[in-house]
Design a protein around this ligand. Sequence first.
Ligand code: ADP
Ligand code: MG
Length: 267
Amino acid sequence: PPQPIIGPPPKSQKYKGVKHTIMVMSGKGGVGKSTVSVNLAVTLANQSLKTGLIDADINGPDDPKMLGADNEKLYAQGDKILPVKTRYGVDLVSMGFILPTEDTAVIWRGALRHKAIQQFLEDVMWGERDYVIIDMPPGTGDEALSVSQLIDADGVVIVVTPQDIALLDAKKAINFANQLKVPVLGIVENMSGFICPHCGQTVDIFKRGGGEKAAEAYGVPFLGRIPLVAELVEKSDQGIPAVVYSEEMRKIFDEIARKVREQVEKK
Ligand code: ADP
Ligand code: MG
């Protein structure tokens, strides 16, 4: 079990020069947090916004691979970490750049994890940034808490899958955000319907609408629905984000980005 952190809780702080930080989280793992984080970040970068991405999922740091940057390394300047420039205009920090091999399991204890996350969050030389997206650790446990305590995020984007359980998952994430007093920017429903690679039609293999129901039930915005796309897995493994090759995905993420920006930038 994670060890308690001794001493006063770390001070919440915002990066100098970073205008907006957005956390992407979920009630559980494997729902598409990284997919949403990466594509949202690329979408913002495509809108000429200076965008950074923090892969804060230190157990499963997938973002370098998803951005075709898994052969890169992190460098330091003085005691600051320099983010890796990816080919999609998004600068990235990830534990994936530090772990010796892809399949090295991270089995550190709580305090050490917290330390690593703290460095990631506090010691990055971002410079001037419009947005930093944080791909959060899965769920609402200790690691997610560590991350959120270190940063005053502008808001949280919650990713759920379409099943009924989405209601419960969304609730967990919303409670978490409420406790931290971070606004919920809305819910994204991922893996919502299936686009047939042969006929191009959307087929419902899972239920649809769990995310939308959750948004309604808890009075938060619904940001959009992302279909299950067969080629996404393969392309994502090749380091090509969906918004780069799919017009449909571009439209969906433009809309998500619009709704996020509308809320965050009006403040
Ligand atoms: P998380 O970061 O929440 O663990 P990921 O974004 O890594 O989730 O997604 C889990 C897996 O599902 C990955 O292999 C990813 O490529 C795949 N995936 C995510 N969203 C979709 C989608 N809309 N269509 C097809 N595959 C998807
Ligand atoms: Mg992930």
